[in-house]
Write a protein that binds this ligand. Structure first.
Ligand SMILES: [Zn+2]
Length: 459
């Protein structure tokens, strides 16, 4: 009975642990110090992590690494491809595939999905990465919903391998991180990214998606991290750290922490009699995200792990043949568009300007009594950073030159060419935007910043 109880408990632990098993070829890559992955990592470590964050990609050309630095146009500007470098924080675009019953019921709830991604964003802040949910795709199928997925059945020839059962060949959205959420599974695991696009996804068991750390752990695998106990051959003294264990030298040798961590204190409880090949007692880190520690205890990555994830991101194009593309193209607002009023309320000249049609039309109002005069709407043309418009008013031609003044202001220079005897003149006005962008609070999701900007002027 007792034995049965122990076996049952062990089985429960085993089922709870991540099912990621790196293949031999991949392990060999990391054991080989001349592999492109190891050489890139070495190259990258010559830079501070701060400088690494300023890189967009590392190209590998003619046997040499060439970092491509982020430009301001990657971060801001009109019509840049999405928001991949928010500030310089790397954005990972995520597509969630949620398996439900044929009648659209069941499956991971949207609230649980959002919470899971929000937790990942907390854990990855130290790695300069953030995750943005681009899209939720539902797979409504009783057949798939009732299927018991198993990480042990993942072979190319097995029809029940997750990628065959889920037909990820057609479902995976290219250039995104695809995550599948299923109700019945032995566990959660990651297909390490390969050139084979069928197997570039994370498998999440729904009950793991709602725990503290499993999604973040799986994402770590996706970015080239191994379990800290990988191989089980790392020595406590660190002498073989680059060719054994997880191949990361600043993570302690780990005997596999499954069932060996106090869930309350997060202390390692397995020291008695558990020694490495030299007979040394382990001193592992139960807080490391890539360990088999209890889920609430895992909350950090080591510096070496962060470098490795950065290297995986920066070398994606070299290693996997693609880079991420963001969910959508953000069209940045055009500053000039909107309604502007003169800062000087007592002005005798221009009182108000309305710029519309993506900055192609301008309507100007001048001081008149009792109501302002409408100069009407005329075309607005951009010339460098200046916008120009001309008003023909019979007695005079007025040429407007509009530029930005400070961060939120507009400067309007008006050259007046009188057609009578009056002397030509130049007036300068300073305007302010009468209405600012309004954040619609109803569209914000907890933990995931997805503000929708609503502009009253139709931007
Ligand atoms: Zn794992």
């Amino acid at each position: 009975m007792l034995l049965a109880a122990i076996l049952f408990t062990a089985q429960t632990w085993a089922q709870d642990e991540c099912g990621y098993v790196p293949d031999e070829a991949y392990i060999a890559t990391w054991k080989n110090k001349n592999s492109i992955q190891n050489k890139r990592l070495k190259f990258l470590k010559e830079y501070s992590i701060k400088d690494v964050q300023k890189m967009k990609e590392i190209k590998y050309i003619d046997g040499r690494f060439k970092p491509v630095m982020l430009k301001s146009s990657d971060i801001e500007g009109e019509g840049v491809e999405g928001d991949l470098f928010n500030g310089v924080r790397r954005t990972i675009p995520v597509v969630a595939h949620i398996v439900r019953r044929s009648n659209n019921t069941g499956g991971l709830s949207r609230a649980n999905l959002d919470a899971s991604i929000a937790r990942a964003n907390n854990f990855y802040a130290s790695s300069n990465m953030r995750f943005v949910l681009c899209e939720v795709k539902y797979i409504n199928s009783d057949n798939i919903y009732n299927h018991s997925f198993s990480h042990l059945s993942e072979t190319n020839s097995n029809a029940n391998a997750s990628f065959n059962k889920l037909t990820t060949t057609t479902r995976n959205v290219s250039r995104k991180l695809n995550i599948y959420f299923v109700p019945n599974s032995t566990t959660s695991w990651t297909w390490r990214p390969l050139i084979d696009t069928r197997r570039q996804h994370i498998m999440m068991k729904n009950s793991h998606a709602t725990n503290e750390s499993t999604l973040s752990h799986e994402i770590g695998h996706w970015f080239d991290l191994f379990h800290t106990h990988n191989g089980g051959d790392e020595l406590v003294n660190g002498s073989n750290c680059s060719t054994a264990g997880d191949f990361v030298c600043d993570t302690a040798a780990d005997p596999n922490l499954s069932g060996k961590v106090n869930g309350t204190t997060c202390a390692y409880t397995g020291s008695a009699g558990v020694v490495d090949a030299n007979g040394h007692t382990y001193s592992p880190d139960p807080r490391n995200m890539m360990s088999y520690s209890t889920k609430p205890c895992r909350d950090r990555f080591s510096g070496g792990q962060i470098y490795r994830m950065q290297s995986a991101y920066l070398g994606m194009n070299t290693d996997r043949g693609y880079t991420f593309s963001f969910c959508f193209t953000i069209i940045k607002p055009i500053w000039v568009v909107g309604t502007w009023t003169n800062k000087d309320l007592k002005t005798r000249g221009i009182t108000k300007i309305i710029v519309s049609d993506k900055g192609k039309k301008i309507q100007t109002f001048g001081k008149c009594h009792p109501n302002d005069c409408d100069w009407k709407t005329v075309p607005l043309k951009k010339s460098g950073s200046i916008y120009k418009a001309t008003y023909e008013q019979g007695f005079a031609t007025k040429k407007l030159s509009i530029s930005q003044s400070g961060t939120n202001g507009m400067k309007v220079v008006v050259d007046v060419d009188y057609h009578d005897n009056r002397q030509d003149r130049r007036d300068t006005y300073y305007m302010k935007k009468s209405k600012n962008l309004i954040l619609n609070p109803g569209i914000l999701q907890p933990g995931i910043l997805r503000p929708v900007l609503i502009n009253p002027d139709g931007q």
